[in-house]
Design a protein around this ligand. Structure first.
Ligand code: MCA
Length: 483
């Protein structure tokens, strides 16, 4: 099924119903018409089915217009994290080879020269005056809808190619398993450039025909106020957001909890302590689930039944899960193994990277790189990762990328980056530097903040005489001193 077909019900039978609160309330009919006019603009600017378009925007109405228009035209949507800076953006543009990069005038300076830039303000003006394009029609559900870049273990990110079917399957699964219907009210503060906000948020909204309130981003000072004012029944968040919400006054938390039906958490591990603190304050047990950009949602605690602290729950319908030891043999219940996944939710591969794609699969199963234990009753608990990925505030960070960047800086002889625990963000990156000559930490920090996404900038820099290495020369990160 294509994404436009999945959304057709909401756009056809709920035309006059309120759909979205942004600067004002928009009906489904208005959202549909905006998308049709944006589709005309993109077509008039020459975009064809199979072309890529990069979107470097924070959450806004045009983000939605562009996504819907692209999926209707068969244009492949490539969202770029708005916190990315020159290196990260240059890599994605070079790899995805888009016809254009859409950004706001305020953010144009971050786009490396040479890329074709389309200002979102101009697209908005053109779309206001454009006729509606209605006969676009994308080929079929196997066609790519989006390429989502995931931080790569090789130091550069790879584009996971996600088809229309994958998004549709994921949305249908979540609607059923989490009981999302047209009478829900969804508060979405997650960024739309990741699959959590886009694949779960936008798709559950338009597949169910429920009501959405979208904000530009999550803001700790305002989040509880939004909830009190809007009265959401569903909230999707990362653990950092739930940590921030613990500051809510007791009475307000109770009022929010009374109207809420479901809090979902994902993108990073939710601790049992946070689950319990949140339950005490809001009167809700957060539903934790597990997903990846390459697969969307895989495993989820049940809507009814036990939401087990520390566990991500049971495989979603259609998703096959196996747990293997390093030799490729299935492990017994209670034993840790690497999670492998198969199902209609699994991507076909990385954009133009046959080698990386081959390495990501084993006998047709996707290797997640995550270690897990399966309880005798089928609940999965994630144990850690076989790679040294750091997750900070729900954003993935591969230390190798920061290490490569820092190694290029003057005064740095050797460098290792590791995650340090952080109460609010889960983990934060810390850099260990073996200096040569005169190294200035303030300058290193400034270089990271200028050229990398803010969440990748190490929170501290530790100068060391040498890095602990094993006989093979590999850095033993667990032996690094605590920052
Ligand atoms: C964070 N920052 C942002 C944003 N988010 N800036 C602009 N727009 C944003 N959306 C920057 C800030 O500039 C700041 O940088 C730093 O991040 C922390 O911001 P702060 O205000 O202190 O926020 P916080 O209270 O720490 O909360 C951060 C956050 C953010 C709002 C929870 O981390 C976030 O939105 N996380 C969601 C990530 C996500 O959607 N992941 C899904 C990946 P500075 O330090 O310079 O001040 S998809 C996925 O993982 C899979 C598939 C899955 O299963 O879902």
């Amino acid at each position: 099924m294509t994404i436009p077909d999945l959304f057709a019900w909401a756009f056809q039978s709920r035309r006059d119903q309120p759909a979205l609160d942004w600067d004002r309330t928009y009906t489904f009919g208005e959202i549909d018409a905006r998308a049709a006019r944006m589709a005309h603009v993109l077509r008039a600017r020459g975009l064809q089915s199979g072309d890529r378009i990069c979107i470097y925007l924070s959450n806004c109405l045009e983000f939605i217009d562009l996504y819907l228009a692209s999926t209707r035209l068969g244009v492949i949507f490539v969202p770029v994290n708005i916190l990315y800076r020159d290196r990260e953006i240059r890599h994605i543009i070079g790899d995805a080879d888009p016809v254009a990069v859409v950004t706001s005038e305020a953010n144009q300076a971050h786009i490396p020269s040479g890329a074709a830039l389309w200002a979102v303000e101009e697209l908005r003006r053109e779309a206001e005056a454009a006729p509606e394009l209605r006969d676009a029609g994308v080929a079929d559900g196997d066609f790519p809808a989006a390429i989502v870049y995931t931080s790569g273990t090789t130091g550069v990110s790879k584009g996971a190619v996600l088809s229309h079917n994958i998004f549709a399957f994921n949305a249908v699964n979540l609607l059923t398993c989490w009981r999302i219907t047209a009478s829900d009210r969804l508060l979405l503060t997650l960024p739309l450039f990741h699959v959590h906000g886009l694949g779960n948020g936008i798709h559950c909204w338009l597949a169910s025909g429920c009501h959405l309130r979208l904000t530009e981003r999550f803001e700790q000072q305002r989040a509880a106020g939004w909830m009190l004012d809007y009265g959401p029944t569903v909230f999707f968040g990362v653990p950092t957001m739930y940590v921030r919400l613990l500051d809510t006054a007791e009475q307000a938390a109770r009022r929010i909890g009374a109207r809420m039906r479901l809090f979902v958490s994902g993108s990073a591990p939710l601790s049992a302590a946070l689950l319990e603190d949140f339950r005490r304050l809001f009167g809700h047990t957060i539903l934790e689930r597990y997903g990846m950009s390459e697969t969307l949602m895989n495993i989820s605690n049940p809507y009814a039944g036990e939401r087990r602290p520390g566990s991500v729950g049971l495989p979603l319908p259609g998703v096959s899960v196996r747990n293997l030891d390093p030799g490729g043999n299935p492990v017994a219940a209670g034993e840790p193994g690497e999670l492998h996944l198969k199902g209609p939710n699994v991507f076909s591969g990385y954009w133009r990277r046959p080698d990386a794609t081959r390495a990501a699969f084993r006998d047709g199963w996707f290797r997640t790189g995550d270690l897990a234990v399966r309880a005798p009753d089928g609940y999965y608990t994630l144990q850690g990762r076989s790679s040294d990925l750091i997750i900070s505030g729900g954003f993935n960070i591969y230390p190798r990328e920061i290490e490569e960047f820092l190694a290029e800086q003057p005064g740095v002889k050797e460098v290792a980056v590791a995650g340090a625990p952080d109460t609010a963000r889960g983990e934060v990156p810390v850099a260990y530097i073996v200096p040569c000559g005169d190294v200035r930490v303030a300058e290193l920090e400034m270089a990271c903040r200028t050229h990398l996404a803010s969440f990748k900038a190490p929170r501290s820099f530790v100068l060391v005489d040498q890095l602990p290495r094993n006989a093979m020369g590999k850095v033993q990160k667990h032996l690094l001193p605590k920052p």
